[in-house]
Design a protein around this ligand. Structure first.
Ligand code: TYM
Length: 348
């Protein structure tokens, strides 16, 4: 069993990232020793010092223009945010992609395997390129090939992500299968996406049909892990809802996406069943529910924010963690990268 996932270090960590992905990374990291003991660890690499790899996808983030100083800051801050959220650099390998050149190398090799038709179907490219496809960068188009390289380099078996990354992981499996078949090898492991059902898609606070996202121009649409208590309460108070009262069961919230999203967030943070939350607030309007949700959010996020504020003040410590992580990641990636060159008949 090997767990791997990544996040783009652009802007803040928001509640969608946290509930959709990062919280699951931490859970898998914490459960790994017990799971590893149970599972047959013969494959992959039994001798690797850790089986959880988490990285900042800074090579992916170049598809959005950023000034040098801002990019340097973003990488360190996202590392601090992940550690604050519970990623332990002594138990998981935490690194930034740019420090491990094997990602870029394998991505280039896989460009020979991935098909233009497959990339043309990627909904993320269509969304991000918008109407101006011809003006989009080549990097944005081949982005999923780099993502396939990220996963396949480490023989990852489990990839915890939100729903929006599912298609990229399906492409990763297609690339792995085609490479193995074309070159007659059993090199790449087919990864399984791990997508938490309840929090697969946390929606915008302003529009229940759009996912919460760091690229939304309105900051009121998302809760950032850096928001202070007042900002969180204000965003919840102004969150879009409807005039209907809460029903007895969660199922009855069908067709009310904003309301369902808020109840879903409450459930995800407290562990209480969505049905029981509905039953408790049944017949009351959102004027009663919102303050309770704000309190849950404030209390859940405050400790993460406080740890983040401490960690982000120490660039040297963060750099040391990332450097060490990169060395461990490079060592873990090397055998697979070498085998890929060899399978293709390329001398390295
Ligand atoms: P990114 O940086 O957009 O998001 C990081 C993680 O957060 C999840 N996520 C959400 N989950 C639920 N609801 C939301 N509103 C929401 N918004 C974001 C994402 O699904 C993701 O799991 N391409 C990836 C980064 C990446 C990667 C990889 C992931 C690069 N290489 C290899 C896994 C494996 C991305 O842009 O995620």
């Amino acid at each position: 069993m090997r767990v791997l996932s990544g996040i783009q270090p652009t802007g803040n960590l928001h509640l969608g990232n946290y509930l959709g992905a990062i919280r699951n990374w931490v859970k898998m990291q914490d459960e790994m020793p017990a799971m590893a003991a149970k599972a047959d660890m013969a494959k992959p690499d039994k001798n690797a010092d850790s089986q959880c790899f988490f990285f900042l996808a800074d090579m992916h983030s170049i598809t959005v223009h950023e000034e040098r100083a801002q990019r340097l800051k973003n990488v360190r801050e996202m590392a601090a945010a992940l550690i604050a959220a519970g990623i332990a650099p002594d138990r998981s390998v935490l690194f930034n992609q740019a420090r491990v050149p094997a990602h870029a190398e394998l991505a280039w090799l896989l460009n020979g395997t991935a098909r233009i038709g497959w990339l043309n179907r990627m909904t993320q490219f269509k969304d991000k390129a918008g109407k101006n496809r011809e003006g989009a960068s080549v990097g944005l188009f081949v982005y999923p090939v780099l993502q396939a390289a990220d996963v396949l380099l480490y023989q990852a078996t489990h990839v915890p992500v939100g729903e929006d990354q599912k298609q990229h992981l399906e492409l990763t499996r297609d690339v792995a299968t085609k490479f193995n078949t074309d070159f007659g090898v059993d090199l790449f492991t087919l990864p399984e996406p791990i997508i938490p059902k309840e929090t697969a898609r946390i929606m915008s606070l302003r529009d229940g049909s759009a996912k919460m996202s760091k690229s939304d121009p309105s900051d009121m649409s998302r809760i950032n892990l850096t928001d202070d208590d007042d900002a969180i309460s204000g965003k919840v108070r102004k969150a879009k809802t409807d005039p209907e009262p809460l029903p007895d069961t969660f199922e009855q919230l069908a067709g009310r996406p904003e309301a369902a999203n808020l109840v879903g967030i409450f459930a995800a943070l407290t562990g209480e069943k969505a049905d029981s939350i509905c039953a408790r607030f049944a017949g009351q309007g959102f004027g009663a529910f919102k303050p309770a949700l704000a309190e849950v959010l404030v209390e859940s996020l405050r400790p993460i924010r406080q740890r983040f504020e401490q960690l982000k003040a120490d660039d040297a410590a963060l750099d040391a963690i990332l450097l060490k992580g990169a060395a461990r990641a490079s060592a873990a990636a090397e055998p697979t990268l070498r085998a890929a060159y060899d399978a293709m008949g390329l001398m390295r």
